[in-house]
Design a protein around this ligand. Structure first.
Ligand SMILES: CC(C)(COP(=O)(O)OP(=O)(O)OC[C@H]1O[C@@H](n2cnc3c(N)ncnc32)[C@H](O)[C@@H]1OP(=O)(O)O)[C@@H](O)C(=O)NCCC(=O)NCCS
Length: 299
């Protein structure tokens, strides 16, 4: 982080009012806002409420509350706890400066101090910035996809009547995660995947106005590793070309559902120049090859 940002826990009602204002700025819809009276209750009941400050100004916010790893299990709660991460927001002018990443690392420290090994959250898998942060920078994985997680009514969490979400699992004490966040072992680059002829299950074409067009066919990978392309600019597509955005939503839903059903897990997300333009891809690995290494604690 080049700017002088301080990350600290939020604890006062004034902090909570700032968190409310930041949510209003980012989501611009009162129905989506978690209000200060709820936030202060969370904070006083052991939730992880983190803020990123530039001076007195709250420019980033992240809430995490306790949940159950297996909600339907009768396991004692102390052996079944996870942290559910919710509502990460960074002010637009402060994005892409590593603030989201630092907030997540602070959340990870909160979890490890309390013996919690798993943090989960959901995200729209068409938003490549979020995929890059969650999967590539933090080393989280995805093996669950939910259709219309927040329903289908018009609102800031839906797009064209759909709110599909990927469930992120961040196994915070796992070796792979440690390696990724401490940059001990550089992850493979897009160029290395391409050079190794890793299969792309949905080869795309540039369409009108230069936006990527999803492929009409999806080829299931014959090997244990493959890539899935998404556009790196879905918010522009959603603004400019709703039909293309809807086509992408349907296409990614079908692709990820098929891959997950066939036993694939999202294990990385790569971004780089390919064929003369910036491209972004999920990397999927078959669970038989990777599951024991990427899920759970290493110690
Ligand atoms: C998601 C969000 C919190 C991330 O915060 P942030 O401070 O910008 O995150 P970071 O800077 O730590 O990481 C963003 C990364 O994405 C990269 N990125 C930017 N645009 C990208 C794109 N189109 N495709 C892929 N990666 C992209 C950035 O370069 C950066 O990586 P780098 O550090 O290697 O350069 C912020 O974008 C936000 O508030 N979004 C709106 C609300 C939201 O979506 N919340 C999350 C719901 S799950």
């Amino acid at each position: 982080m080049s700017i002088n940002i301080v990350i600290r826990e939020l604890s006062t009602i004034d902090d909570m009012k700032k968190a409310e204002a930041l949510q209003r700025l980012v989501w611009d819809d009162p129905s989506t806002v978690i209000y200060p009276h709820m936030l202060i209750s969370f904070a006083r009941s052991g939730a992880s409420m983190l803020g990123a400050f530039d001076g007195d100004e709250l420019v980033g916010f992240l809430l995490g509350y306790l949940g159950l790893e297996s909600p339907t299990s009768d396991r004692p709660a102390m052996t079944n706890l996870k942290l559910v991460s919710q509502r990460m927001a960074v002010m637009p002018a402060y994005r892409d400066a590593g603030i989201g990443y630092e907030l997540k690392l602070a959340q990870r420290r909160y979890a490890i101090r309390r013996g919690i090994r798993l943090i989960t959250w959901t995200f729209d898998p068409l938003i490549s910035r979020n995929a890059y942060l969650n999967i590539h920078k933090l080393g989280a994985i995805v093996r669950d996809y939910t259709r219309d997680f927040y329903g289908t009514e018009v609102g800031p969490l839906t797009h064209f009547g759909s709110s599909d979400r990927a469930l992120v699992e961040w196994w915070v004490t796992n070796n792979r995660v440690e390696e990724r966040i401490h940059r001990r072992r550089p992850p493979l680059t897009l160029a290395q995947y391409v050079d190794s002829s890793v299969m792309i299950v949905n080869p795309t074409q540039p369409a009108s106005r230069g936006y990527l067009q999803p492929s009409e066919t999806i080829t299931m990978p014959p090997s244990q590793l493959a890539m899935v392309e998404i556009p790196d600019n879905i918010s522009d597509i959603r603004d400019d070309d709703p039909d293309l955005a809807i086509a992408w939503q349907k296409h990614l839903r079908e692709t990820l559902e098929n891959l997950i059903t066939a036993g694939f897990i999202i294990t990385d997300f790569v971004r780089g120049e390919h064929e003369g333009r910036v491209r972004t891809y999920y990397v999927v690995s078959h669970k038989d090859a990777v599951l024991s290494r990427i899920v759970g604690s290493s110690s």
